[in-house]
Design a protein around this ligand. Structure first.
Ligand SMILES: [Zn+2]
Length: 343
């Protein structure tokens, strides 16, 4: 039986690293994974069930559950069946699909496809909830956006104070408005001064509308190439920057630039220049669904890049982009699910 690569041992290959690595990528590619994308039989069949103990989750669920009404008899508690959660990874939007670019039309189509398949978004913070905040009968998906590219947030020229339709935030926001049971949950992993200017206002807009901001280091640093003190400085400077521009907001999740993982537990918790942090989830760059949600934090979690297979240079890795997982794995995947009752 093939076994999913453990997140800590994922191959860190050019396919699976961010676009920013391309210029510096001169290393020969390591061997591809031994196994193709897992069939359902290789995905965790853990059925650990927990009852809803999180008031935050319950409140959120009530807000997104159609038909709930005050004064009615209390419905059976929501329970969750653990299983796989796809964590998708985007970088920037543009006119046409490419290795590191998703076209506006394709991104819109991705959202509709996920919606039609019964997925609803959560952010990385939500993974620590006892029951993830999605409506009963649906499955969580996490959308992540790296690097704070300008195409992730523009201001609308016709609707002041809202993100433009030519940006991730604007497309997500309008999709949420058209589909109220699709929340504005998403995780933006940023460096210093993201989104091409007006960073503080854009970050504040995202947070105030429910999105998550995560740490992606201050300078988009290759942490694996740095001594520990410099790693902590890169992480800590970004924590301090985000604390300055988002007063009162607590950053709890992290993504490795280039997918380069150092001795990760040494940076999962730290203090730099008086700023302390403890990360819950630390996002890798590739390359498979999260087969079950880690109950202990900190934990590394795998992501899946969204790119057309034809744009991937190495054929053996074309099976590891989202569209390939969607075709070969999803139809029989054991997905995390939320339902009512104890079963
Ligand atoms: Zn990056």
């Amino acid at each position: 039986m093939p076994v999913l690569p453990h997140p800590h041992r994922l191959p860190l290959v050019p396919l699976l690293v961010s676009a920013c690595l391309l210029a510096a990528c001169g290393n020969p590619p390591p061997s591809p994974p031994a196994a193709p994308p897992a069939s359902a039989s290789s995905v965790s069949t853990s059925t650990s069930t927990s009852t809803s103990t999180s008031s935050t989750s319950s409140a959120t669920l009530a807000a997104v559950t159609p038909g709930s009404s005050a004064g009615a008899a209390a419905p059976p508690p929501l329970t969750a069946r653990n299983g796989a959660v796809p964590i998708l990874e985007y970088h920037r939007l543009g006119a046409a699909d490419g290795r590191w670019v998703r076209s506006y039309a394709s991104f819109q189509a991705d959202l509709q496809d996920l919606y039609n398949r019964g997925f609803r978004p959560v952010d990385l913070r939500d993974l620590s909830h006892s029951v993830l905040p999605v409506p009963p009968g649906t499955h969580p998906v996490v959308l992540t956006f790296d690097d704070g590219d300008p195409s992730q947030f523009t201001w609308s020229k016709t609707d002041p104070g809202t993100p433009g339709r030519d940006s991730v935030a604007g497309i997500l926001w309008r999709f949420h408005q058209a589909h109220p049971d699709w929340s504005f949950a998403a995780t933006f992993f940023v460096n210093k001064h993201p989104f091409g200017g007006d960073s503080q206002a854009k970050l504040a807009w995202l947070v105030s509308h429910g999105a998550e901001i995560g740490n992606h280091t201050y300078d988009h640093a290759d942490l694996a190439a740095l001594p520990l003190a410099a790693q902590l400085a890169e992480v800590g400077k970004e924590q301090a920057y985000l604390a300055q521009v988002l007063p009162g907001y607590r950053v709890v999740d992290f993504a490795y630039p280039y997918g380069a993982v150092p001795n990760w537990k040494q940076i999962a918790t730290g203090t730099y220049a008086g700023v302390s942090w403890h990360f819950r989830y630390m996002a890798l760059v590739g390359s498979n669904p999260l087969d079950s949600i880690p109950t202990a934090t900190p934990a590394n979690v795998p992501r899946i890049q969204v790119a057309p297979p034809a744009a991937v240079a190495h054929p053996q890795w074309r099976d590891l982009v989202w569209s390939s997982w969607e075709q070969r794995w999803l139809p029989t995947a054991h997905l995390y699910s939320v339902h009512r009752g104890s079963g």
